[in-house]
Design a protein around this ligand. Structure first.
Ligand code: ADP
Length: 259
């Protein structure tokens, strides 16, 4: 049946996306429920303290403050999620991942410079474009770069190196790898890193990698993490190249430099 394979593939992709979104919403519900139950518990304590004879005004005020803290936590989670998903619409355009990587680096420049990070770009000069959403793919790179910088902020006894490599992979895909010289994640956690709300950072939300994986999978690709040698992390994603696309080869897309 002509085109049957493509339709089947699209259905599988839609089903995968639905499963990912289902898992994501379950975790969001779980995360927002915690402050909400805190508010309910504190509200009943507050009522009990006010109904006491004499009423415990100081105690009631303290429980009211805890309610505010929990409500702020819930609204903070929602605000940050909305910011992450604000670019949820998927545009379909031809995207040059060398250009996206270069932009992500320049958007992160201030953070990288203040973290004394040495950046190395190794871009394939015959990299075919992928079809997808430029801004969303940029968001993925920004997240991976931010995580790498965070991970290396604890490195004091060696260089803080960030490398971004793009490679044309056979048969019809491209690969982007972001490698850092930080301590690397705990190898036992390699898969959990992508779970929504998994974080080891004080104040972290743990949504960055979950969103990155959702974006890459929505583009028909894969995102995974490995340990770098001798230390550090490598986060890489592969994306399919649209068949029959003319190969581009622009001098602008070759770039090897150290900063
Ligand atoms: P957050 O940055 O809010 O913690 P992420 O989903 O982006 O959320 O990351 C989840 C966790 O994955 C981080 O808390 C950290 O433990 C781990 N991680 C991510 N990137 C790296 C990295 N480059 N090196 C070591 N650990 C990392």
């Amino acid at each position: 049946m002509p085109g049957g394979g493509g339709e089947r593939q699209r259905r599988i992709e839609r089903a995968n996306r639905a499963v990912t979104m289902g898992r994501l919403s379950a975790s969001i519900a779980h995360e927002v429920n915690q402050p909400l139950s805190g508010i309910i518990t504190n509200a009943s304590t507050c009522l009990r303290l006010l109904a006491a004879d004499p009423p415990d005004i100081a105690g009631a005020a303290e429980t009211a403050r805890r309610m505010i803290r929990d409500a702020e936590r819930a609204s903070d989670i929602i605000r940050r999620l909305r910011a992450l998903f604000s670019k949820a619409r998927i545009a379909s355009e031809l995207v040059d991942l060398n250009e996206v990587s270069r932009e992500a680096i320049s958007l992160s420049l201030r953070e990288l410079q203040s973290g004394r990070v040495i950046v190395r770009l190794e871009f394939a000069d015959d990299l075919p474009s992928v079809e997808g959403d430029h801004l969303q793919l940029q968001e993925v790179l920004l997240n991976l770069i931010r995580n790498a910088a965070d991970a290396m902020s604890s490195v004091e006894d060696g260089p803080r190196r960030l490398a971004i490599r793009t490679v044309k992979a056979e048969p019809d895909s491209v690969l982007v790898a972001v490698q850092d010289s930080g301590p690397g994640p705990d190898p036992a956690n390699l898969e959990r890193l992508f779970d929504a709300f998994f974080t080891t950072k004080p104040g972290g939300l743990g949504m960055g990698l979950a969103v990155c994986r959702t974006i890459i999978e929505a583009h028909g690709g894969k995102l995974w993490a490995t340990m770098a040698v001798p230390h550090g992390a490598i986060f890489q994603f592969s994306l399919p190249v649209k068949a029959g696309q003319p190969r581009r080869s622009s001098p602008r897309s070759t770039n090897r430099r150290e900063k």
